[in-house]
Design a protein around this ligand. Structure first.
Ligand code: AMP
Length: 195
């Protein structure tokens, strides 16, 4: 088996969203991961942008690691084509395994599941539990409201610029991915001890 150069954990919507540009961006991300020798780590779902990013990675010859809790498998929401599909008992186990298997994190457009995952790894990073890069794909300005709110939070003194700068954002996958994956550590990080 060829060596995997990096593992990118992608958080994204279990729905496709209303703008076809979102699915196009998810497909670009999957394709880029595979063509650059990486591996996708994600929530193991087959719907929405989750399914799109996984299918695009597989189609371009890449590996896909899905991590999904039993409850979602029972509802037949798992992507059965994953190279590795890990079925775990709880959401906590799932997020822990996803984070352990990742060298970097990327949030694509999504809903509350995506927001929660993004904010969790960001919080862990500011606390020094890991030092992995985190990115937000502001596709078609989807995250502009959030980025503006974060600026307001800095102005109001609840967030400092160093914390804010732990996350990088860009409007296109091709601008963001090389920044995120360039700074990927070459070593495999030790398991997180978080929960
Ligand atoms: P959301 O953004 O609310 O659609 O939630 C998507 C995020 O939460 C993904 O990154 C998944 O890890 C998790 N998630 C939520 N719903 C599902 C689902 N139906 N199948 C798999 N994962 C899901």
């Amino acid at each position: 088996m060829t060596q995997v150069k990096f593992s990118l954990c992608v958080y994204c919507g279990s729905r496709p969203g209303t703008d076809p540009a979102f699915a196009q961006a998810a497909a670009e991300v999957g394709h880029w991961i595979a063509k650059n020798g990486g591996q996708l780590v994600y929530g193991g779902g087959r719907g929405g942008l989750m399914g799109v990013v996984a299918d695009a990675t597989l189609r371009a010859g890449g590996r896909v690691v899905g991590v999904i809790p039993t409850s979602l498998v029972e509802r037949e929401l798992a992507h059965r084509g994953c190279t590795e599909l890990h079925i775990v008992e709880t959401m906590h186990e799932r997020k822990r395994l996803m984070a352990e298997r990742a060298d970097a994190f990327l949030a694509l457009p999504g809903g509350i599941g995506t927001f929660e995952e993004l904010f969790e790894v960001w919080t862990w990073r500011q606390l020094g539990y890991h030092d992995k890069p985190i990115g937000i794909l502001n596709c078609r300005g989807y995250y502009q409201g959030l980025l503006d709110f974060l600026n307001a939070s800095v102005q109001h003194g609840f967030l400092n610029e160093a914390q804010q700068n732990l996350v990088v954002s860009a409007e296109t996958a091709l601008d963001l991915l090389p920044i995120l994956c360039r700074s990927v550590p070459s070593h495999i990080a030790p398991p997180l001890n978080l929960i």
